[in-house]
Design a protein around this ligand. Structure first.
Ligand code: AMP
Length: 573
């Protein structure tokens, strides 16, 4: 298919708001696409050159695309910038620049060629890559007609946004088969075990309604989630009188993919993000500890205290989810991977096997575990009596765990679904902090994504310690504010910026901020609890801090370090 043709489809999709229309347009597009290009088209529809879980980025900023446009069309960078300022859209700018062009090559530029060049752009990194990316994009733009240029310019800056989700694309595939949505559930079930739209599209193209998709090591499986009930009695009844009980640990859901012969390890988060680079300790442990050739495991990564072996609260574990200072944090917060499921073993999918069967495999594979092993099976007990279930629940709470997970012994793994084969029971929230804390904003990070528009992504807060006349940090806050509160913070902070960290700020080097502020802004924060923290100089951190309101208060009148320590004691009792 020519890219011009694909651009016409993009244009139709862009100009309709009706989901049904989109499904029909997508179905037409898929029907017209060849088997060897439908996968590429599926990725391009998402504005990508790979499935979403592949950490592939174009690494191009607006100004780089502006330079590519200038180069491609022989105009000055200033002119392109001016046009871009007016429209706010690089796609429109490209199309405008291309107006009146009667280009012949545009009609022959193939989808495959565009895909390939965009892939090279995404793959180039390191020295000289900026110029290389600009050059490649300029080549593509120079060889395309106006409508094609509109979309080619948007893709590298992640602005394609045609306005539909993966689910609409799955419906489009169903519609392609026979003009109905009746195959959607079947196609979606395939997507749940292999959420790679390119692969799914190709499979449907080849086999119609008779698709056969198996999990693949390296492609994350959509995680199963649990239903909830309020009491052990209800749970036992729902489970049919017999069930497996595991502690519910409060860490980070982690899927581990491993091929022994290839030394291949990849880790994915609950949201399918590739988090392999964040956990080098788990990668090393997988190679050493897993006694199987090819597996996909599901589990919870959780921090622990090497001295006592006790698990750490979520607030501390979550510090490991980071792109920078990975090694330092790996040392500070060592992780265990507590495995509670095996979804694939040596070429065979296990998701439709009963829980009991899968559990045995987990035990077998990790049976060599010792006290210093990193990857361990979750504790498990099969229970028939309500009293025993209740006792295990209380035991979990006494150990400061979140609660228990109860699993149906013959239940399959319901990928991508919240299902009754797993039921969670959490402790009542008695530990919740009943009081709010007044803290000072000490600095902030610029942040990325949605909040970037406020100029503040997250901010560091602290409390005053009279004894040392210094501010000790107690949390980094990145959520729990309304848009207005973020904007207020940005406005207030502009006058308070200082060049370097004030001397009376006691801050762990891993908590440094992009911008430091004089201690002026005071907020009242509510949190779930105070948890011990090696990262914060107050010694404790707020768990899930939320801003109640900004306060007009003297910074030295905020909650003192001494009060914090008293609150911790109260919380314990
Ligand atoms: P929730 O996030 O409250 O819906 O609870 C489900 C989460 O509990 C899962 O996504 C896991 O991250 C976590 N979890 C902790 N322990 C277990 C366990 N033994 N089995 C399954 N999930 C667990």
């Amino acid at each position: 298919m020519t890219f011009s043709k694909l651009a016409e489809y993009f244009s139709k999709l862009e100009s309709t708001a009706s989901r049904n229309n989109m499904v029909e347009i997508l179905a037409q597009l898929f029907a017209e696409a060849g088997t060897d290009e439908i996968d590429k088209i599926a990725y391009l529809l998402q504005g990508r050159v790979a499935p979403l879980f592949e950490p592939i980025e174009f690494g191009m900023a607006d100004r780089m695309v502006i330079r590519a446009l200038a180069k491609a069309y022989g105009v000055s960078g200033e002119k392109v910038t001016q046009m871009f300022k007016k429209s706010g859209d690089l796609g429109e700018t490209a199309q405008e620049l291309r107006k009146g062009c009667t280009l012949k090559q545009g009609a022959t530029l193939q989808v495959g060629e565009v895909f390939e060049k965009l892939t090279v752009i995404a793959d180039s990194s390191g020295e000289g890559s900026v110029e290389k990316k600009i050059g490649l994009l300029a080549d593509l733009l120079a060889g395309s007609d106006g409508l094609s240029a509109r979309y080619i310019a948007r893709i590298p800056v992640d602005k394609l946004r045609l306005g539909f989700s993966d689910m609409t694309m799955l419906e489009g595939l169903s519609w392609m088969i026979d003009g109905t949505k009746k195959h959607k559930d079947n196609i979606e079930a395939a997507y749940d075990v292999r959420p790679d739209l390119g692969v799914i599209a190709q499979e449907v193209k080849q086999r119609g309604a008779n698709i056969k998709i198996e999990p693949k090591v390296g492609t994350p499986i959509l995680v199963m989630r649990a239903e909830r009930l309020a009491s052990t009695a209800e749970i036992l009844e729902k489970m049919g009188g017999k069930c497996a009980v595991e502690p519910k640990l409060d860490g980070l859901r982690t899927q581990l993919h491993f091929i022994k012969n290839l030394d291949f390890v990849r880790l994915f988060s609950r949201g399918l993000e590739d988090v392999t680079a964040m956990y080098p300790d788990l990668v090393a442990a997988a190679k050493k500890e897993i006694a199987a050739n090819e597996v996909i495991l599901d589990g919870e990564a959780i921090g622990f205290d090497p001295k006592t072996g006790k698990y750490l609260p979520f607030q501390e574990t979550v510090q490991r989810k980071r792109k920078y200072d990975v090694a330092a944090f790996a040392g500070n917060v060592p992780l265990r991977l507590v495995v509670f499921d095996c979804l694939y073993l040596n070429g065979e999918s296990l998701i439709n096997k009963p829980y009991g069967f899968r559990r045995k495999i987990v035990e077998e594979m990790l049976k060599r575990f010792q006290h210093d092993t990193i990857i361990i099976p979750a504790e498990m007990e099969v229970v028939q009596l309500a009293e025993r279930l209740e006792a295990l629940f209380q035991q979990a709470l006494n150990k400061n765990l979140e609660g228990i997970m109860v699993k149906k012994l013959d239940g399959v793994y319901q990928a991508g679904a919240r299902g009754w084969n797993w039921i969670k029971l959490k402790g009542s929230y008695t530990k919740k902090l009943n009081d709010t804390i007044d803290a000072v904003v000490m600095g902030y990070d610029f942040g990325q994504g949605k909040r970037n528009k406020f100029g503040v992504g997250s901010f560091l807060i602290g409390v005053y310690d009279k004894k040392t006349d210094s501010y000790k940090t107690i949390s980094k806050v990145g959520t729990g504010l309304t848009d207005k509160e973020w904007r207020d913070l940005k406005i207030k902070s502009q006058k308070l910026k200082v060049k370097s960290k004030p001397n009376n700020y006691d801050v762990n080097k891993l908590m440094v901020c992009d911008e430091w502020l004089e201690p002026q802004i005071v907020g009242e924060f509510r949190a779930d609890e105070l948890t011990k923290s090696p990262m914060h100089t107050a010694g404790y951190a707020l768990r899930f801090p939320r801003l109640e309101r900004w306060r007009e208060k003297n910074p030295e009148d905020t909650t003192s370090l001494k009060e914090i320590l008293e609150m911790v004691k109260l919380q314990k009792s």
